[in-house]
Design a protein around this ligand. Structure first.
Ligand SMILES: [Ca+2]
Length: 267
């Protein structure tokens, strides 16, 4: 759920979190990463990260591919039409309708509990990973700590790096867990800090696993509900729940695409 420029968000939050950058100075090349990890370990410890998380940090490697991807984000400069075409919206809609029909009771239960209609959850699932078809091949811990170290958007990613280390402490992920280039996890690509806050054990097996579809989709609905989803209200542009879709992804074309695809899946 993170593939766009959060420049405006970062600019706004810098003033709210002056302490975040104090302990560990950022860098723009791999050269300073090891030294940064040492400084960041103290910061992480103060934030409540335990032994397993700190070990994962110590083992993190500078994620060259993540930085290359971060410097080369293009798709959100597309028009809405072009964006939907590139992202395979028609396929997501047709497959999404089938998925909804096939697992109607599951999606009904999610809507009953969280108020979020199937179409929105399914559209997000399709858009993020092609319904779990590709959930990434980057080490989550290495990717997210590299982004926290990198000067470009350090303040945005530091809380997510802390989150990833806490997920390791909890056993939700391990240092070997793979995700997308920006450390996003599982079926719907939660950033680690959000995974800590909004993760739900949807299938009731005693642990939250973002690589389990039931857990991931339940957590996604929970995220939207916690962000203010109003059950029974619309989610198209201009309707009350469109604002909540904006919380999932900052890119305007993405938000509109989710609303359009969701309505077609729900229709
Ligand atoms: Ca579970």
């Amino acid at each position: 759920m993170y593939r766009t420029s959060f420049a405006a968000v970062v600019a706004a939050t810098i003033w709210l979190m002056p302490a975040a950058a104090v302990a560990a100075p950022c860098g723009n090349t791999s050269g300073g990463f090891e030294a940064w990890k040492g400084a960041f370990a103290s910061q992480a410890k103060r934030a409540g990260v335990g032994q397993r998380g700190l070990q994962a940090l110590a083992g993190a490697k500078y994620a060259t591919k993540t930085i290359a991807a971060d410097r080369n984000q293009k798709s959100f400069k597309y028009s809405l039409d072009k964006f939907m075409k590139v992202r395979g919206a028609n396929t997501i809609i047709s497959q999404g309708r089938k998925r909804k029909a096939k697992s109607a009771s599951f999606y009904d239960a999610i809507e009953r509990q969280y108020g979020v209609p199937a179409g929105v959850v399914i559209a997000i699932h399709g858009m993020e990973t092609g319904f779990g078809g590709f959930m990434g091949d980057s080490s989550v811990v290495s990717a997210i700590t590299t982004l926290a170290y990198d000067c470009r958007r350090s303040d945005f990613f530091v809380p997510h790096a802390i989150g990833a280390l806490k997920l390791v402490d909890q056993g939700t992920i391990t240092p070997a867990t793979k995700g997308a280039k920006h450390g996003e996890l599982g079926h719907t690509q939660f950033l680690p800090g959000n995974a800590v806050k909004y993760g739900v054990d949807g299938n009731g097996d005693g642990r939250v696993n973002f690589y389990n579809q039931t857990d991931a989709l339940t957590s996604t609905a929970n995220f939207l509900r916690q962000k203010g989803w109003k059950p029974g209200k619309g989610y198209q542009e201009g309707q009350p729940n469109f604002r909540v879709i904006k919380e999932w992804n900052a890119a305007g074309v993405y938000q509109k695409a989710i609303a359009i695809m969701g309505a077609k899946i729900d229709g």
